[in-house]
Design a protein around this ligand. Sequence first.
Ligand SMILES: *Cc1c(COP(=O)(O)O)cnc(C)c1O
Length: 438
Amino acid sequence: MLKKSDPKVFDLIKQEEKRQKEVLEMIPSENYTSKEVLEALGTVLNNKYSEGYPKKRYYQGNAVVDEVEMLAEERASKLFNVPYVNVQALSGSVMNFAVYTALLIPLKGKIMGLSLSFGGHLTHGQPQSASGKFFKSTLYTLGKDGTLDFDEIEKQALKEKPDIIVCGFTAYPRVIDFKRFGKIADKVGAYLLADVSHIAGLIAAGVHPSPVPYAHIVTTTTHKTLRGPRGALIMVTEKGIKKDPELPKKIDTAIIPGLQGGPHDNQTAAIAVCLKEASTSTFKKYGEQIVKNSQKLAEELTELGFNLVGGGSDNHLILIDLSGTGVNGAVGALALEKAGIVVNKNGVPNDKMPPFYPSGIRLGTPAITTRGMKEKEMKVIAKWIYEAIEEVKKYELPNDKEARKVAFKEIKGKINSNKNLAKIATEVKKMTSKFPLP
Ligand SMILES: *Cc1c(COP(=O)(O)O)cnc(C)c1O
């Protein structure tokens, strides 16, 4: 028993369990998996080495693991309606890198993805990431209203001639028009990679359109709205196979021997479990409620005077632009954490502030919806968010870089001892106690 053999680690896990129970976990990329997913993760499947693919392994003793991996592939294939799936990428970043190495070697190709500061992901060609260091990339931005400007994206694609156009984002609150992206990719002869990490659960539930008819490749992490273990799926669509029948093989070899050794078989089993869960009518209702909650929360926040990027939410997330309120995103996120509401600071389109002190906060409803919260709770949460932000309006962050650093430290201390924020946290604790974790 861990409790006896290593009380230190045991205690840390218990502390984290308590934290997850008592707060409103509103980081849109997080979720609470089922007990069954965790059960599959903590099994002897962890002990096996199974480099290669089902029935083509480099190690003996893989008959059972083959069944596990084929089951996960089969379930993903059915759920997302794609002919080919690779379930081995260890997490999201490798999953996209595998696609790039499969398609762009010998390091000549170009990626076109949404800029990080407009809601794109690091792995979509940002210069700080290997995707932008090893490959050429060009980044698009959003229009003035904070939504995708397809005419501009098309112009840029025609000019830059990327080999891969990446769509699917980390901080985009509106529906993604995959059909339009597909048309642009076809026009310039590029592959369309739809990275639906954030919205895979919504697609599975049928509350966001699927990119499968329009994209050549679809990637997703399995631990966000899909509510599975940390992990990833790389899928090739019929359209992708038509463009290049070798795509599945290229992706398989990009994963191993290209980027990885042995897959995490316990993780693969947990992915299989989550995919079964995601194909039920209960999950469909869950997806619908995520969106209803996000829309209700967006509506309430707007009514309270907050400025939302993109004007609202069609999915699971909301991006609040705090510029003009006098509260920096970093300060706002700290205040909310003290109040028991866990969100992340985030850049907003055309942000004048640096990434460490961005002007916005990003929040979402996947995890609190898993706990069973509904519209009624969203109204209360919006009010708490408003009160917490109001409370820290008096803590100003200077513009000067050095002065800001010092001031931020002071503000941190003030937030920590702020009684009104602590009072909200007590109320949050009372509410969350009525919504048990899975
Ligand atoms: C989360 C995310 C990833 C990366 O996933 P990690 O598991 O954190 O590496 C990739 N793309 C998008 C769009 C994401 O939201």
